[in-house]
Write a protein that binds this ligand. Structure first.
Ligand SMILES: *Cc1c(COP(=O)(O)O)cnc(C)c1O
Length: 404
């Protein structure tokens, strides 16, 4: 077993060697510009891009023509939200989303709020789940887009996107989903789920960073989208710029591999995650699972270890790579906005750790992590006066703390 151990697959994944192998020729002899129509260098690059487009489309039951290449899910989310808002501004200026979305959805919505749009942030329950009935009730004649993610990157909760999609279809409102964490890893079908726009990214599926895709429905209804970048008119005019051919080839191959091994990987990764969960919960008390107990992405385990502080805990097992709070905001000491949205108190939010396993995780690594994590928690709790009081049977909620 090699140290350090990587358990942060929700933040990014290593490139699969098979993916790298598919990409390499497109850095070397096959370096053509996919938009060059006058020679074979361009034709071969275009052929590779179209093959990858079909691979990505197949993962979600879409047609290849409905896939737009982007630089990643952040860009896909921006195009979906700002592009639809701009295109349909005459119809209405109301958007519906929810508070545990990735910042790449929250921030474009906030941007629109500052530019004359109205944004409804639906409530979530204690597991971070949206009630589809609340979506139905929030839709007005002004609503142009509903954007609700599939799998949450921090707490793992899966939103009922099939039901939400059906409600949006019945009301004639466009539905976008950020499916970064589930694309190609869980079954998704844009027809059955009523999805009009879907964002995904290469580096969450064992492909390269800096490449992503946006599914944009072409019929029933035909979705139109203002571009965010203006230029040569590539990608149906929605996303100009010379295509990242090696990255695109890698994302296509990565999607194909995920889909091919989807069922077995789902079972394997779920078993590893549950082994980690059972190992930790079997040994430690006062540990809480964040996110939905069953409706969650298979590789995510987000736990709060009461009476210890997340950042200190991570330092106690520094040969295991995990994250506390959200990877994107962990530079600040603010508790995670996602955990706050579930109604978690600061104590639980500050003591949370996200473990995420994946394709290259082994049972041996999981067992090592259980031992290291439990030992670190036990050590820190020995030093904690609060934990000592709890052990003595004192109810902390009834303690009269001296005023400063
Ligand atoms: C990683 C992630 C993103 C951002 O994707 P990039 O390709 O890194 O821009 C957006 N949404 C979710 C849910 C993610 O997990």
């Amino acid at each position: 077993m090699k140290l350090p151990i990587y358990m942060d697959y929700n933040a990014t994944t290593p490139v699969d060697p098979k993916v790298l192998e598919a990409m390499l020729p497109y850095f070397k002899e096959e370096f053509g510009n996919a938009a060059s129509r006058s020679h074979s260098f361009g034709w071969r690059a275009e052929e590779a891009v179209e093959h990858a487009r079909a691979q990505v489309a197949a993962a979600i039951g879409a047609s290849p023509k409905e896939i737009i290449w982007t630089s990643g899910a952040t860009e896909s989310n921006n195009i979906a939200i700002k592009g639809v808002a701009a295109m349909y501004a005459d119809k209405g200026r109301h958007i519906i989303t929810q508070p545990t979305e990735h910042k790449a959805v929250i921030d474009p919505c906030k941007y629109l709020e500052q530019h004359g749009y109205q944004v409804t942030f639906l409530p979530v329950d204690k597991y971070g789940m949206v009630d589809p009935e609340d979506v139905r009730k929030a839709i007005t004649s002004e609503t142009v887009l509903v954007s609700i993610m599939h799998g949450n990157n921090e707490i793992g909760t899966l939103q009922p996107i099939g039901e939400i999609g059906r409600i949006c279809k019945a009301q004639g409102v466009l539905f976008h989903t950020d499916a970064c964490q589930t694309f190609a890893k869980l079954p998704i079908n844009v027809e059955e789920m009523g999805i009009d726009l879907l964002s995904c990214s290469g580096h969450k599926i064992y492909g390269p960073k800096g490449v992503g895709a946006l599914y944009v429905r072409r019929k029933n209804p035909r979705v139109r989208c203002e571009p965010v970048l203006h230029g040569g008119g590539h990608e149906r005019g929605i996303r100009s710029g010379t295509l990242n051919v090696p990255g695109i080839v890698g994302m296509g191959r990565a999607a194909e591999l995920c889909v091919r091994h989807q069922a077995e990987e789902l079972a394997r990764v779920t078993a590893l995650r549950d082994r980690l969960k059972d190992g930790i919960l079997g040994r430690l008390s006062h540990v809480y699972l964040n996110g939905h107990p069953t409706q969650r992405i298979p590789n995510n385990l987000n736990l709060s270890f009461l009476y210890v502080e997340g950042e200190s805990l991570m330092m106690g097992f520094n040969d295991i790579a995990v994250s506390s709070g959200s990877a994107c905001t962990s530079a600040s000491l603010e508790p995670s906005y996602v955990l706050k949205a579930l109604g978690l108190g600061d104590d639980l939010a500050h003591s949370s750790i996200r473990f995420s396993v994946g394709r290259f995780t082994t049972a041996e690594e999981v067992d090592y992590a259980i031992e290291r994590v439990c030992t670190a928690v036990e050590r820190l709790r020995e030093l904690s006066p609060l934990y000592e009081m709890v052990q003595e049977g004192i109810d902390l909620s009834k303690v009269q703390w001296a005023a400063h």
